[in-house]
Design a protein around this ligand. Structure first.
Ligand code: FES
Length: 161
C-alpha cells in the first residue's frame, strides 16, 4: 500500500516528471515538498519516494543526510536555526546557540522541546552576514542578536503558541 499525499503534492510531482531529465534529479525537490507537507521525512515517506523514483532507500537517505534542511526527525512548530558560520561566530553566534539550547532545554543538535514547540538547529550561513549574529525561525529572520534579544524572540513565539 502506498501512502497518500495531498493533490497539490501529486500535481507538483507530476510536473517534476516533465521538467527534470532523470528521476534522480527530481529527488531533492520531491523531498522538500514532502517535508513541507508531512513535517519531516518519516520512514514511510522515504520508502514511498524511493519507490516512485526507482532509487534505493539508502540512496535517498544518503541525500537526506547531505542536505541540512532535510530531516528524518519530527521537528517543532518553530525551527530555530542558529548560524555559527564565520561572520556570526565572531559576533557571538556560538553564544546565541548555547543560549537557545539552555533556555529550551535541548541538548542535541536538531533536538526538539517535549511540547513540540521548538527545534534548535545549528546551521551554515543563512545570508544575513551583515547583520550577524543571525537566526532564522521558519521563514523569519532575526538579526544583530544578543542573548537578551534572543530571549525576547523566543518568548514571542512561545506566547504565540
Ligand atoms: S555567517 Fe551567519 S549569516 Fe552568514
Amino acid at each position: 500500500m502506498s501512502m497518500r499525499f495531498s493533490d497539490e503534492f501529486e500535481q507538483r510531482f507530476a510536473e517534476m516528471g516533465t521538467h527534470y531529465p532523470t528521476k534522480r534529479s527530481a529527488l531533492v525537490p520531491t523531498l522538500l515538498y514532502a517535508q513541507d507537507e508531512v513535517g519531516y521525512l518519516s520512514d514511510e515517506v522515504v520508502t514511498e519516494i524511493a519507490g516512485r523514483l526507482e532509487l534505493t532507500e539508502l540512496d535517498v537517505r544518503n541525500v537526506i543526510s547531505y542536505y541540512s534542511m532535510l530531516t528524518t526527525e519530527p521537528r517543532g512548530k518553530y525551527n530555530v536555526q542558529v548560524c555559527t558560520n564565520i561572520s556570526c561566530m565572531v559576533r557571538g553566534g556560538e553564544e546565541i546557540l548555547k543560549f537557545c539550547k539552555k533556555k529550551l532545554g535541548v541538548a542535541k543538535n536538531k533536538g526538539t522541546t517535549p511540547d513540540g514547540l521548538f527545534t534548535v538547529e545549528e546551521v551554515e550561513c543563512i545570508g544575513a552576514c551583515s547583520w550577524a549574529p543571525a537566526v532564522q525561525v521558519n521563514y523569519d529572520f532575526h538579526e544583530n542578536l544578543t542573548p537578551e534579544k534572543m530571549d525576547e524572540v523566543l518568548e514571542q513565539y512561545r506566547r504565540h503558541g
